[in-house]
Design a protein around this ligand. Structure first.
Ligand code: DCP
Ligand code: MG
Length: 432
């Protein structure tokens, strides 16, 4: 499924042409096991243990209440969380439910558990893993903190989400030393000293290669990639390692016998354009040769977030109602998840349809309050769908939430106004 975030402004772009002889050096920084590492700051007694995050929202009062009941001999407040005995933490063993893992500590990953795996499956692989609920507020807090440290040192930073950024090292003092390693080390240390969190950094001639490189030595890794490393370092990798090649494109490439980036690079550009379309073909060709001219773009606020999916086979609104309904619900959940992770709420909810004749139809409606709630988005997106013509077969379905506001600003606004809240309770969200 595709996920998109639309930005308000044509953000100020950093020049992609370095002055004089300076080489373009772009870094990609990605926090290590981010949500889990933030939880370990709170519960340092879990360091080194398999821990997975998911399955619900953290409610501090519940936790403290249970602690007081279980260990009344001790005083419990949020200042005492590091005293919680290990046997108090819930384990994956016996988990039942539909929750999925957001992330896992590296100790847990050794058992084959990680992001997006169902918790019930994970429970079979690693029953002893400790299961902690998510706390987006805390992750956003640390996200802001590490980004502030980066921009203090290297101001040309592009925000790519909760735990990753691109940084243009080209003109930063020291940014060229050892290909960027010295500056990467400095940033890693500054983040660790301030937050106790670790990250991995890749530095390369462009974003595409930097993004790949940051994964090479995770966790706490630094990888430096030069243009001349393409053949030895990049070409043996699976095509999937190129950011932008998802499972569907990967499968299509495989059907042509293309598994590695090197095999992709060996194809003629024209052949790629004939088989994947002009734009995609040209992009695949450039990417496989390690070329990427995109500039590092300074932060800007998103105006909308959307998720859409193209179906493997066209679907009909009536005949494939159940299947479509499930996809629709999932899209709404994903948009809600994107909003919540990034700390936004929105009040314009819309849908996008593409029919088998490629006609595109959109519908949206603006509601009287801000939301990031999946059920509510599903409810209003469902109303939009009722207003769309549904005779033809569908190729694509998308859900979009716009008119975004930072969640904390919306909360403040709500508190300051007498406007009533039309909450999600009792909304059933029926499709069509
Ligand atoms: N995340 C999520 N659902 C996913 C993937 C990720 O909720 N399917 C969240 C949890 C992660 C965070 O986003 O902590 C950052 O994603 P990463 O892919 O960078 O994963 P991690 O930082 O956890 O691990 P890594 O050390 O591999 O970067
Ligand atoms: Mg990460």
């Amino acid at each position: 499924m595709a996920c998109a975030i639309a930005k308000r402004t044509a953000a100020s772009e950093v020049t992609s042409l370095p002055p004089t002889t300076r080489l373009r050096r772009i870094a990609h920084l990605d926090m290590d096991a981010f949500y889990a590492s933030v939880e370990l700051l709170r519960y340092p007694q879990l360091k080194g243990l398999p821990v997975v995050i998911g399955g619900g929202r953290r409610r501090e009062d519940d936790l403290l209440g249970r602690l007081r009941a279980a260990h009344p001999e001790q005083e419990w407040s949020s200042a005492h969380l590091h005293h919680i005995p290990l046997d108090f933490f819930p384990r994956l063993d016996g988990y039942t439910g539909r929750g999925v893992i957001t992330t896992a500590t590296y100790a847990a990953r050794q058992f084959g558990v990680g992001s997006a795996l169902g918790l019930m499956k994970a429970a079979k692989l690693c029953p002893q893993a400790i299961l902690l609920p998510v706390d987006f507020d805390q992750y956003r807090h640390y996200s802001r903190r590490f980004k502030a440290i980066v921009t203090d040192i290297a101001p040309l930073m592009e925000d790519r989400g909760v735990d990753e950024v691109y940084i243009d090292f080209t003109d930063v003092p020291g940014g060229q030393r050892e290909g960027g390693r010295v500056l990467a080390r400095l940033i890693q240390k500054a983040i660790f000293d301030d937050t106790g969190l670790t990250c991995s950094v890749g530095v390369a001639p462009n974003k595409l290669l930097a993004k790949m490189a940051s994964e090479f030595n995770k966790p706490r890794g630094i990888s430096i990639v030069w243009e001349e490393d393409l053949e030895d370092t990049i070409w043996p990798l699976a095509c999937r390692k190129i950011n932008g090649i998802g499972p569907k494109l990967e499968a299509k490439l495989q059907s042509h016998g293309i598994e590695t980036i090197g095999q992709l690079a060996a194809r003629e550009q024209q052949w790629l354009m004939d088989n994947f379309g002009e734009r995609s073909g040209a992009w695949l060709h450039a990417a496989s040769h390690g070329q990427d001219a995109r500039a590092v773009v300074l932060e800007s606020e998103p105006v909308s977030m959307s998720r859409e999916t193209t179906f493997d086979a066209d679907l009909h609104a009536v005949r494939n109602r159940a299947e479509l309904g499930a996809i629709f619900t999932k899209l709404c959940e994903q948009v809600a998840g994107d909003l919540q992770r990034k700390g936004y709420v929105g009040k314009t909810i819309g849908i996008k349809l593409r029919f088998d004749d490629f006609q595109i139809v959109t519908r949206d409606q603006t509601i009287d309050h801000f939301t990031a709630d999946a059920q509510e988005i599903r409810q209003f997106a469902g109303q939009c769908l009722k207003r769309a013509p549904l005779q033809k077969r569908l190729r694509l379905l998308g859900v979009r939430v716009g008119a975004l506001l930072k969640a904390e600003d919306a909360a403040e606004r709500a508190a300051n106004s007498a406007s009533h809240d039309q909450g999600a309770d009792g909304l059933t969200g029926q499709l069509f």
